[in-house]
Design a protein around this ligand. Structure first.
Ligand SMILES: NC(=O)c1ccc[n+]([C@@H]2O[C@H](COP(=O)([O-])OP(=O)(O)OC[C@H]3O[C@@H](n4cnc5c(N)ncnc54)[C@H](O)[C@@H]3O)[C@@H](O)[C@H]2O)c1
Length: 365
């Protein structure tokens, strides 16, 4: 850690979005402390981050510090704060995110995602770090009907799973917490940004880091990529009778590097605003259907992706895409990478790491 560079705490920093964001942080000359229990990630991911950024072993020891810790374990997490310089800001990715699993194990999801956030807020308060970026999700909009979705669309109603409700609840908790900070004094130095992600896809263009799902992928594009590389025989498209141009579900996919940039934009915005609680959609504002995505991935990998059409999946809606103008107008953030880039980079990751991080180190490939 350095006297001149600011240090950022990244919870869940070994995961998909965390690693991409850390690349951006290190490249913008921040030092990073990662707190992750590796429940859904591999430590190899941080080796790859160091490779991408070109950190020497010496620099890595000081600029990218890893703590294997469950953030729900207050005593253990306190040690992270005690042993680090004061954090300028925290980006809070740590959480469980598998929608289907959350329906089967709601208590695990409520416990992990809510308790982790409680402990984090207590530690941030105690150790004087008053700037937080929180990973929320478009899922908080439930079954919103008016597209594109703006940030003032009602949230909470119509969420179909426990995972989504943890995100909604945490948003509410953050608002209550922020309000509490303004009670005694009319001003506070706390600033909190809630980022509602749409559908991040793709990888760093080097192909060294990417999404590495455990078992059967929950999300469309990792599944499509595994079909493309021959790990799975075909994709099942859930429903082709929606009220959309080709009958398949439409979503707002954005490149994970654009999403990563959004966290740095949020940190800059909070610095400029000094205090407040802010909410932004992060998406492209474009909707692509399942078949658009299948076609784009076919183009990236050079052969057709096999698919079969199945029944609709319970809880799925026809169309969901963002109005991302608030993030553009307020933070100056726009998603600039297109669908071809998303698929090209996903394919680069998939071909270099057909078995994810469980394979051999990337440098030798
Ligand atoms: N990927 C998406 O499509 C998407 C969409 C919307 C929101 N989000 C949210 O963004 C965040 C990051 O998502 P991701 O795709 O990178 O997920 P991920 O699972 O790849 O990363 C989350 C990381 O958090 C860690 N973690 C979980 N519980 C922890 C705990 N108690 N203590 C310490 N570490 C813990 C995991 O080991 C993992 O490394 C999550 O909060 C997720 O809910 C993701």
């Amino acid at each position: 850690m350095s006297d001149t560079r600011a240090t950022i705490l990244v919870t869940g920093g070994c995961g998909y979005i965390g690693t991409h964001t850390i690349v951006c942080l290190l490249q913008k000359d921040y030092d990073v402390v990662v707190a992750d229990n590796l429940s859904n990630s591999s430590i190899v991911s941080l080796d790859r981050v160091a490779e991408i950024v070109g950190l020497s072993e010496h620099d890595r020891a000081s600029r990218l510090v890893f703590h294997q810790v469950d953030i729900c374990d207050e005593a253990a997490f306190r040690k992270v704060f005690e042993s680090s310089p004061r954090f300028e800001s925290c980006i809070h990715f740590a959480g469980l995110k598998a929608v289907g699993e959350s329906t089967k194990k709601p208590l695990l999801y409520y416990d992990n995602n809510l308790s982790g956030t409680f402990v984090l807020l207590r530690m941030m308060d105690e150790f004087q770090c008053h700037s937080l970026v929180f990973s929320s999700s478009a899922t908080v909009y439930g079954a919103a009907e008016n597209m594109p979705i703006t940030e003032d669309t009602p949230v909470g109603a119509g969420i179909t799973n426990a995972y989504g409700r943890t995100k909604y609840m945490i948003e509410e908790i953050l608002r209550d917490f922020y309000q509490s900070q303004t009670l005694e004094e009319s001003t506070t130095d706390w600033s909190i940004t809630i980022l509602r992600y749409f559908n991040p896809v793709g990888s760093h263009p080097s192909g060294k880091i990417g999404e590495d799902p455990n078992g059967i992928p929950n999300n469309l594009m990792p599944y499509v990529a595994q079909v493309a590389i021959g790990r799975r025989e075909h994709l099942t498209v859930f429903g082709s009778d929606y009220n959309t141009a080709d009958g398949t579900g439409v979503r707002d996919y954005l490149h994970v590097m654009d999403l990563a940039d959004g966290h740095l934009a949020a940190m800059d915005y909070m610095k400029q605003k000094k205090s407040g609680i802010f909410t932004f959609n992060l998406g492209t504002g474009n909707g692509y259907s399942v078949l658009d995505m299948v076609k784009a991935m076919g183009k990236a990998c050079g052969h057709e992706i096999k698919y079969v059409v199945g029944n609709r999946r319970q809880g799925d809606i026809a169309t969901c895409f963002a109005d991302a103008n608030l993030a553009k107008n307020e933070m100056g953030w726009v998603a600039s990478r297109d669908l071809d880039e998303m698929c090209r980079d996903l394919w680069c990751w998939q071909t270099q790491n057909p078995n994810g991080f469980a394979g051999q180190p990337c440098e030798s490939q």
